[in-house]
Write a protein that binds this ligand. Structure first.
Ligand code: NAD
Ligand code: WQD
Length: 345
């Protein structure tokens, strides 16, 4: 039987483009909506080169309910939504809180509002391990307490989870899967899609690969006096293609009525905590390229250590992150080299 159409909001972005590839490869029809505020149309070509299919694309803003309504009126076969569209820079959210609350929450509320009218059966939501703050223990399970958010960005994820819960509990005729990502890194092995950082990268991997290629002089390691074996912070770095695949399973669960409850929450991580210094070592080992780096002071607001207990997703979704970190680092490097060759940066 032909598979239905999935609306991928934010689908020209980093995780959305990788997920579009996996959805198309699994036989789904895809329509992407994106306002290109943090991505560009090149990812549509990348998706087409990888899959042989150019996804339908609507350039519009998800906070514009009229534009969203027109999209649902045009694509009447949409049965599921994956909502990636959001602003995601933690620092910027502290400077521009209204922008973050407006963009991230109105996008979600517009979608939830329109779903019943257009017969959409489920929505997958991109949440984050940021909801756990500094966890009391690692690895973190989904039952760990939600800590007070330290940024408006993080707060939008907490509020979004609450909005979805309230709407589902009110008897809304659809299901939801909330996915809490740990630290997504790397790129598609083809290097045809990847992460496109805006300005000076705030996140570790884009800064690292830009340093390795010579755009930045050296990588600053924010602190080596944490209570960890080598003193640098520990994260759960998950390969973006592994992450994307979990979304296809989540969509299937909702649309084929396999979900155990109308709302389900899953951690998406590897279960392995890796320190910042270990990650640099992995990159150097995998690529043979040295990364000039120096230890500097701690970055305010950083979590000391957080990594996932992914067993719930492993057991219930039958999904597991399998890509070795060295392969992920090679993919990140290949993507950085692609950006150079394409004259993008
Ligand atoms: P991204 O910025 O690459 O992708 C988001 C996309 O949404 C961009 O293409 C942007 O142009 C688009 N967008 C933003 N607001 C929009 C709007 N109002 N209407 C239409 N399009 C809009 O980010 P990403 O890393 O792919 O993140 C995807 C989702 O996953 C986000 O919700 C993010 O908060 C969440 N997340 C990301 C990470 C991470 O480290 N990358 C971790 C946890 C959660
Ligand atoms: C990782 C580690 C830094 C840059 C952020 C958001 C979180 C989530 C993922 C969306 C930290 C260290 C970094 C550098 C460094 N996003 N680092 N030098 O902070 O784990 O999480 O992105 O939901 O909400 O907060 O990711 O990549 O910024 O940092 O030493 O130049 O690398 O201190 O320990 P983080 P990150």
């Amino acid at each position: 039987m032909a598979k239905p159409r999935i609306l991928v909001t934010g689908g020209t972005g980093y995780i959305g483009s990788h997920t579009a590839v996996e959805l198309i490869s699994a036989g789904y029809k895809v329509v992407i909506i994106d306002n290109l505020s943090n991505s560009n149309r090149d990812s549509l070509d990348g998706i087409e080169k990888i899959t042989g299919v150019k996804p339908d694309f609507v350039e519009a803003d998800c906070t514009d309910i009229n534009a969203l309504t027109a999209l649902f009126e045009k694509y009447t076969d949409i049965k599921g939504i994956i909502n990636f569209a959001a602003s995601k820079a933690v620092g910027e959210s502290i400077e521009k809180p209204i922008l973050y609350y407006r963009n991230n929450l109105n996008t979600l509320m517009n979608l939830l509002d329109l779903m019943p009218r257009f017969g959409v059966k489920g929505i997958v939501f991109s949440s984050s391990c940021t909801v756990y703050g500094e966890p009391d223990q690692n690895p973190v399970t989904e039952a760990a307490p939600i800590k007070k958010a330290t940024s408006p960005y993080g707060n939008t994820k907490q509020i979004s989870e609450e909005i979805i819960t309230d709407v589902i509990n009110s008897g809304a005729p659809f299901k939801s899967v909330i996915l809490r990502y740990f630290n997504p890194v790397g790129a598609h092995p083809s290097a045809l899609i990847g992460e496109l950082p805006n300005g000076v990268p705030q996140n570790l991997i884009p800064y690292l690969t830009q340093t390795a290629i010579g755009i930045r002089k050296e990588l600053s390691v924010f602190g080596n006096d944490y209570d960890t074996p080598d003193g640098s912070c520990i994260r759960d770095f998950i390969n973006v293609v592994d992450l994307a695949k979990a979304h296809v399973i989540a969509v299937e669960r909702m649309l084929e009525d396999k979900a155990e409850a109308p709302i389900e929450i899953f951690n998406l991580g590897t279960g392995i905590g890796l320190s910042v210094l270990e990650l640099i070592a992995s990159f150097e080992r995998a690529t043979g390229v040295k990364v000039p780096h120096k230890i500097v002071g701690r970055r305010p607001g950083d979590i000391e250590k957080v990594w996932a207990d992914p067993r719930h997703a492993n057991e219930v979704l039958g999904w597991k992150a399998t890509t070795p970190i060295d392969d992920t680092m090679r993919s990140a490097w290949k993507w950085q080299q692609h950006l150079r060759e394409a004259g993008i940066m």
